[in-house]
Design a protein around this ligand. Structure first.
Ligand code: FMN
Length: 198
């Protein structure tokens, strides 16, 4: 299923077609394809080129690993994410090499995941990011090193048939996409003066 953004201004088709499905097709992407996703993340810009990110994969063809990550998700997310052939834990290094907090680490990790997401789109895959998981337990389960924090779980695969979803989730899957209008968030010269009028 496609769910292009109804944009007010033209954007690149990869951005327009990116969305976060809940229904996925079963097929696990090949390792070569997965490597391209992480290569895209690898080339993300980051503050002082610190690259404060790491990723742990849980593939459907490794049921123990898949279950380990799946069990960290909230019940609401488990209702749909069970259909995704791949889960990925996005991990952030919150410390600089000097041991001080790294203020830009969340910004950098988010950007790395965005790059991964657009590469996925270019390869016909979708990514649904989730903050709804037990980050403290993830740190224990994966024995994350000091300073590393589990930030998100990504469900990755080709978008599937919404008919496979429970009724309430199917309705959300089919509902229109919405965003704040640009004048609410893009200002010209000073806070609150819209670049364009409504
Ligand atoms: C950091 C982050 C956390 C999110 N957490 C969840 C989540 O726990 N469960 C969920 O179903 N969607 C989650 N989402 C997906 C958003 O709800 C989704 O991106 C947003 O509604 C916009 O929809 P779109 O991605 O299809 O444009 C999350 C997205 C981000 C970026």
């Amino acid at each position: 299923m496609h769910k292009p953004a109804p944009t007010d201004h033209p954007i690149h088709e990869i951005l327009q077609n990116r969305w976060s499905p809940r229904a996925f097709s079963d097929a696990l992407p090949e390792t070569e394809i997965l490597l391209s996703l992480f290569e895209a993340a690898r080339w993300t810009p980051s503050s002082m080129n610190a690259q404060p990110w790491a990723f742990i994969l849980a593939r459907r063809d490794d049921p123990a690993a898949y279950q380990r990550m799946f069990s960290l998700l909230t019940e609401n997310n488990q209702r749909w994410a069970a259909g995704a052939p791949l889960l990925v834990l996005a991990v952030m290094n919150s410390l600089r090499p000097n041991g001080k907090p790294h203020r830009w680490a969340p910004y950098d990790l988010g950007q790395a995941v965005a790059h991964l997401t657009f590469q996925a789109g270019a390869l016909g895959l979708a990514v649904h990011q989730m903050g709804g998981f037990d980050a403290a337990r993830a740190a224990e389960v994966y024995q994350l090193p000091t300073g590393y924090e589990a930030m998100a779980v990504l469900a990755i695969g080709a978008a599937g048939d919404p008919a496979a979803l429970p009724d309430d989730l199917r309705q959300r899957e089919l509902s229109p996409r919405e965003r704040k209008p640009l004048p609410e968030v893009v200002f010209d010269g000073e806070w609150g003066r819209p670049l364009i009028e409504r």
